[in-house]
Design a binder for this molecule. Sequence first.
Ligand code: NAD
Length: 333
Amino acid sequence: MSDCEDIILVAGAGGFIGGHLVNRLLERGHKVRAVDIKPVAEWYQLFPAAENHVLDLKSLANCRTAVAGAARVYNLAADMGGMGFIETHKAECMLSVLINTHLLMAAREAGVDRFFYASSACVYAADKQTNADVTALKEEDAYPAMAEDGYGWEKLFSERMCRHFREDYGVTTRVARYHNVYGPNGTYDGGREKAPAAMCRKVIEAKLSGRHAIEIWGDGEQTRSFMYIDDCLTGTMAIMASGIVDPINLGSAQLVSINQLVDIVENIAGIKLKRSYNLGAPKGVRGRNSDNTLIQKKLGWEPSIRLEDGMEQTYRWIWDQIAAGKAERKLAS
Ligand code: NAD
């Protein structure tokens, strides 16, 4: 591996947010080391200008290899997915604790300048998210702790690990709590996809098949906010560069119900679908929104890309993927 001192390590670079972050860092002229456990053929985005490595970062030895010579570390690697995945793979989600722990240990040994950890709104206490008409979550609402079982507890533990490595060992750590990130170049099928991509896929499939129906998980009245990837990158890099030492919300404050999200996708597609509701499907908390008072105060900024605009980009990309897949299948048969 290269020994240049200003290398930035992106862990989880084959994933959705990691791939976009590599791109943005390269655009800004940084040297990037991109690492993921997946074979490179499965990375959402691959940039020849980056150093690309396939490593399992649950192993301390691999973390040492990945961190060697890097000045900054962005940890976006985790075994994760939407509600359908995290409600049924709690042990797998919790094992991501090994990634952050070993990356922190390696970062400390190597004396990196800064370390970023991607936490999640799933750290917030469940009893503060029982109404669709939710009060937006402030950073202190994570305690007393009652995080999302499995995935959320791992995130909360890893947040604290960052804090203690900062306090006890002087590692400069930064932590953002992402609220539902969406955009092109991410998962849209296979079970790990989240609501925005899932809705795009379902509407596209309905449009292509002529079967004008859609299944929605839950009663569709559960609420969320969704942050477009460009806002996520801007916020991530600003938090990394900032003096903000405690975990901070990074999310949109545009609250919508899942039914409203479907309305938006239907409008983009120019179609109306018959909705059925699967009340037994995983649906997560009843309502969740990001209180952006703190990020406004600290950065004078908050995510602002409208859901309608971000979903348009996301829909177009998923449409192209599905259309390309169909063309490939046709050629093969
Ligand atoms: P993603 O699943 O697309 O990317 C995560 C990447 O980590 C994957 O490519 C995966 O292969 C890789 N990975 C998993 N285990 C690994 C290992 N042992 N070693 C090396 N790489 C490994 O997910 P994403 O949406 O890009 O999320 C990035 C980070 O942001 C994650 O920590 C996630 O928990 C957090 N987050 C995401 C959202 C969201 O809405 N996307 C919300 C909150 C938090």
